[in-house]
Unconditional design. Sequence first.
Length: 337
Amino acid sequence: MKKIFLSLLLLAGFKVNAVVQTQNRDSIKIYVDNVLQIIKNRSINSGKMDWNKIDLEVAQKIGKLKSIRETYPIIKNVLEKLGDSHSKFFPPETVASYVKGYRATGISFPEIKTAFLANRYAYIVLPAFYSYNMDEWNEFVNNFRAELSKLSAQKPKGWILDLRDNEGGMFAPMYAAIAPLLDQSNVIGWIDRNGENNFFNFKDDRLFENKKAVYLFKLTTHKIKIKNPNLVLLINERTASSAEFAAISFVGQKNVTIIGNKTNGLTSANQEHKLSDGAFLVLTEGITIDRNLKQYVNVGAGLVGDIKIGQLTGNEEKDKKLYLEKAYEVLGSKTVH
């Protein structure tokens, strides 16, 4: 994820001014206090922190600072102390390029790769998606669903959804994309710091957090629904973050088999907070849960496949062949509904 943000930053041509503008010390303190308050109120690990000690350390460090930008290393240090491996801080210029999206920053838009394999199986790749540009969200979801529609028209005997090497990004467009393949609501969610269960859902072109609509998509393909798909999900250790949430959405669904040793293990639930200078504070605020309320709490544990793939060769084509051979075995042995 860091590599993507760095690429966006460089290609967008943003430059951080070497001359740091002096800012009022009160404004610096207010900025940092606000960040710390968000962390204290929202982080899943907040209760494990010695905040008296941290507040004192931070106060000592910011006393001689002349700009808000100089506080960034201090904020990052506090986030590292949380120990969740998923909370991050992104400066304004990185966020700005992220919001501009792929094309405005000279990066190729993610391609939805598909194939009709062995004259009977629909194969589709869900790629990583890092843009925070709403027009590109709509394009991504519409592109994916258009390919689903084309594949469905060929009346496949089974489906293969490939999440290998998908390192994550924005979950909302990913979830909207795969929604036609899901069999019910409340399949992916999180337990917040108060112990309450929360779920994502997609309905009528809207993404919901529980009953609250948080994103409205403009889709031309919203009526697509693949009923009772006989589906194989492909994962590997580079399947991370939002891609892991997408994979977990299918755990427990009838006629779904997950092939792969394990995913990356960044399965905590994160939320973005925009700060006054345009920076983003991304906090781990919950423990991911699936439809059966299983918790994915241990960093690095990830989602383990129903069928292990064994030792991989490191060669992209050879490894893909290994996965597909397993997928054909699974799909060929199932009764199509």
